[in-house]
Ligand binder design. Structure first.
Ligand SMILES: Cc1cc2nc3c(=O)[nH]c(=O)nc-3n(C[C@H](O)[C@H](O)[C@H](O)COP(=O)(O)OP(=O)(O)OC[C@H]3O[C@@H](n4cnc5c(N)ncnc54)[C@H](O)[C@@H]3O)c2cc1C
Length: 336
């Protein structure tokens, strides 16, 4: 097997986040000689972990400019590590930082890049990458002769490496002059923790459809209650929130609908394809362009007033023909 470089950014405390630990598992499974290249302000914990995992060399670019997510510095650090390692295969987790910087790095190295890898294996002695095409409809296995071959590994596809770590690693620091950049990171604006609605690691995907905003059997709309019920279910079950296109489009038009619902929540053909063990669809019709986004949701249930909705046509394991307001009200009572 060819030599492998695993690139990863460290957290503020010098550890590796889950996507990087998953990529480490993937790298180890390939079986080649492994170098780990770390980028960040502190790298010690991650280096010790890499040594415990069996990395032959541990390289690092360390310094304040490399703590910030910024194309110029991320690309410079990754390029320097790749050149120092000289590895044929360069793996990295498909984080926002790596996804932004590594295509340019592959170009600088004269290599090739593949993104959204969901599997890695050695076939007939050469590494092969599995990924999906055409919005998760076709799965392909790719090999390439071009080297270095940079591969970004999608989160959630490998178990994170989690063995006990002992001892201190020897780290080779690679000097990199931070390139001039017009981008200065002045701070991070993020929703408060309890307003966070997209939780990729959640066991449950809770999908809200446009029905929540429609006239109900009493002839009135009940958007305020819908908001309270949906947020209650999300908090109670620590679920991730998905939405149908109809619902997120309504929100985008600035109507008084569900203010926490954005296009980032949209699941489906023109939205996302999240991976969760279970999914509960509420007030959503279950049309095909929506349901293709449920490809990686293993167990599916839906609540709809319409016994003839799309979910009832073989798209869900269980369909509750019921009023979602009543069901979620009761669900929240049980949760909390
Ligand atoms: C090219 C293309 C791409 C598309 N991409 C996507 C995509 O990525 N994602 C996506 O979601 N859609 C997508 N769509 C749109 C999709 O076809 C549907 O129009 C959309 O999913 C419908 O959203 P909905 O089910 O929330 O709304 P509706 O069709 O309005 O359904 C609302 C449902 O709520 C139910 N309901 C109402 N009140 C209650 C209640 N009290 N209790 C229980 N049930 C209730 C109703 O019975 C109804 O079934 C795409 C369409 C096209 C043409």
């Amino acid at each position: 097997m060819e030599s492998i470089l695993l690139l990863a950014h460290t957290e503020a405390d010098g550890t590796l986040a889950k996507p990087a630990l998953e990529a480490l598992t993937a790298a180890l499974a390939l079986g080649g000689e492994l170098t780990v290249g770390l980028v960040g302000g502190a790298v010690e914990s991650a280096a010790n972990l890499a040594a415990a995992a069996g990395a032959r060399r541990i390289l690092a670019v360390r310094g304040e400019p490399f703590t910030q997510p910024r194309y110029a510095t991320d690309a410079a650090a990754a390029e320097a590590l790749a050149r120092a390692a000289g590895a044929a295969i360069v793996l990295a987790p498909a984080t926002a930082r790596c996804a932004r910087a590594l295509p340019g790095v592959a170009y600088r190295l004269g290599g090739r890049i593949d993104t959204h890898a969901t599997g890695l294996a050695v076939r007939d002695g050469v590494p092969a990458v599995t990924r999906w095409f055409y919005r998760q409809r076709m799965e392909a296995v790719l090999t390439r002769t071009a080297r270095p071959w940079v591969v970004l590994i999608d989160p959630g596809c490998f178990a994170p490496w989690s063995e006990a770590v002992a001892g201190a690693a020897q780290v080779e620091f690679v000097p990199v002059e931070a390139p001039q950049s017009r981008t200065t990171v002045t701070g991070i604006q993020a929703p408060k923790a309890d307003e966070q609605t997209i939780r990729p690691d959640a066991k449950l995907l809770f999908v809200a459809g446009a029905g929540w905003t429609k006239k109900q059997p009493d002839g009135a709309v009940h958007v305020a209650e819908a908001q309270q019920l949906i947020l209650g279910a999300l908090r109670g079950a620590q679920a991730s929130l998905g939405g149908s296109k109809s619902l997120v489009d309504l929100s985008g038009e600035g109507q008084a609908v569900l203010p926490f619902m954005t296009h980032l929540n949209q699941v489906g053909q023109t939205g996302s394809t999240p991976r969760h063990p279970k999914g509960l669809s509420t007030c959503c019709h279950g049309e095909e362009p929506h349901v293709v986004g449920w490809r990686f949701v293993n167990e599916r249930r839906a609540v709809n007033l319409d016994p003839n909705c799309g979910w009832a046509r073989g798209k869900a394991d269980v369909v509750y023909v019921a009023d979602a307001f009543a069901v979620v009200r009761e669900l929240n009572r049980l949760l909390g």
